[in-house]
Design a protein around this ligand. Sequence first.
Ligand code: NI
Length: 397
Amino acid sequence: MIDEIRYHADDLYNELVAIRRRIHSKPELATDEVETARFVSEMLEGAGIETVEGVAGTGVVGFIDGDEPGPSLLLRADMDALPIQEETELPFASQVAGCMHACGHDAHTASLIGTALILKRMRAQLRGSVRLVFQPAEERVPGGAKPMIDAGVLGAMKGRDEPRRVFAQHVSPELPAGTIGLRSGMYMASADEIYIHVHGKGGHAAAPHTLGTDVVVASAHIIAALQTVVSRHAPPGVPSIVSIGRVIADGATNVIPALCTMEGTFRAMDETWRFRAHELIERIVVDTAAAHGARAEVEVRVGYPALENDEEETRRVRQAAVAYVGEENVVDLDRWYASEDFAWFLQNAPGAFYRLGTGGSPATSHPLHSAQFTIDEDALRTGSGFMAYLALTYPDH
Ligand code: NI
């Protein structure tokens, strides 16, 4: 079976490269993936695949039914680009100013189209139904995953049963093309945004004693005190991070401002601790400001949950990866403190999120979200073929 999948992946390779370049050259930001979604639908429908458009905005869902009955399985790709000006000078570089596929979602989408084309060709060997989910807006909170789930992509749909398993992949410039990376259990962090306003009385910097408070000094104490959320309150062994990355106190050498605003992020890998931490953040900010005679407002904007790979499913995906790319090309990963809205799918169904190696040379090793980011397109063979292999061989599928 592997040889047959590889044959199709190789046969489709030039087409997949063209698909990826087409998507890459016309990137669209979160929730604006109108042309990309239309292109995906055309590709699927052109291959005779039943397709539903306009799911939770620009989402597209395709269905491939095997010749034999069996349960449903869901494969997901995200479609959106980032607000970055591309600096690669590739012939198929972004034609849209200030917008770029710098996170490889063009490769995810092209790969899943490839998987669809392979499965369509091999449906005589497919049991059950495969649901192809092309999701909008992964890059911007609140994300596209939750709205698609709310729209029913994890339920019974178009006469097919609800999917029993969910899988997705993400490119990795740190791994060479041809490899697959995995981590069982907690893999990625939750990400919540912190917005703080510290109010006081502005005035002459030479007379702070007449103001009763100094929002700049109060804010400095708040920044330091927030670190105790992690160092004094986080359970040992639960990774979490508080970072304040933006501090605006727009006074002058001789002016104490009346307002200091701060923004930051909170990341964790435990959902119970995460929400307890939000309460601590609010308390520490408000009380520290009060201790300095200032008044603080805090907003913690809840983002994506932590991403936890099911242990049993990850073990099976690893087994499949060893069979498909060879033991020497399967990499065990460290935790990754980025966040990813596929976490919503994994909160609702067993499955796994794995990495697709797309690096290996200086040109393909630029980090995700960099203006120089690009992939080794050879990875499209593994990206499309391995997902097809998962769908065709999944144990109880
Ligand atoms: Ni991404």
